[in-house]
Design a protein around this ligand. Sequence first.
Ligand code: PMV
Length: 361
Amino acid sequence: MSPREEGSESEAQGEIGKASATAPANIAFIKYWGALDLNRALPENPSISMTLTSCLTHTTVEYTRGEAEEDEVFLVSPNGELSPAPSPFAGPVLRHLNEIRQALGERAGLGVEEGTEGGGHFRVATRNTFPSAAGMASSASGFSALAVAAVRALGLELSIEELSRLARRSGSGSAARSVMGGYVEWPRGNGENESHAFTLAEAEHWDLRDVVAVVETAPKEVSSREGHRRARTSPYYPRRQELLAGRLEAVRRAIADRDFDHLGPVIEEEAVDLHLIAMSSDPPIFYWGPATVAVLAELRRLRRQGLAAWATMDAGANVHVICQPHDEAALAAHLQALPGVVGVIRDRVGHGPETDVPHLF
Ligand code: PMV
């Protein structure tokens, strides 16, 4: 039975609906770093990413009238038990639920008083399929799964562009790219209605792999939100903006032509620039650890030996190494053997959110 059918069945018991979704993380080749409007997550520069397969968030959303007094957020343990999410986790989820309510309330026929006392409320349960202790960014997959499941729980169907905008309104802009699969571009923000991502190429177009060298498992000290805010204080920020047009074009062309030799150097240079800007922001942000540098050195050594693998890093110390399928196993073995690498996650380009998945409660 699909979540949709189950939703309408439960309507008879006073619920509007219940739906579940999984959504994957994505890894950016050209990064979102610096915002025109941070609160609305309108980016200053276009970004391009690859949607992943294995690093997923699985979320169930139920919208009920009259039962709960407020929206509720639960985390689901590996053995399936629900526990109330701690407030640092629940806060952004509750804010996003309010955004969703504002954006869709009228269309879903919720009425103005919904979400206030006596109105309807969301109940959300969520879990990551990748080790949450792996220090992997989960906000893109998390807010994308939340948007997809909430829309269905409200009985609505949105275009992919609307879904992308809705995920972006979480404040984690990169979630705008996780609602679709394959290779995705998210343009510079112009206005509220224009800031949504679009597909550059489907996953089938090019089978690329992402071997993540996990070197840090603790949460990062400075959030990406704060990183976006400080980016403009770096003297190198304007220079990166000048270089980006060429880089974007090179990445678009490399994806269209499945040209790994041209893709690799650009994505590594771009990631290093993000960190250069972070390190030269005021106050500076150092996301790298010693093992980050060790992984980058190992990649240079492997490339000299003919193994084509290139790094990209988000706002953290872990290194995503992009490679072609025939190099994945050898690359993973090399990375795993490095001191400071606590684990390796092997992921690949994927198809985006799924809705035909089990409910978590
Ligand atoms: O979506 P946010 O606000 O968490 O920012 C994402 C920032 C990076 O992951 C570093 C880059 C990106 O484009 O994914």
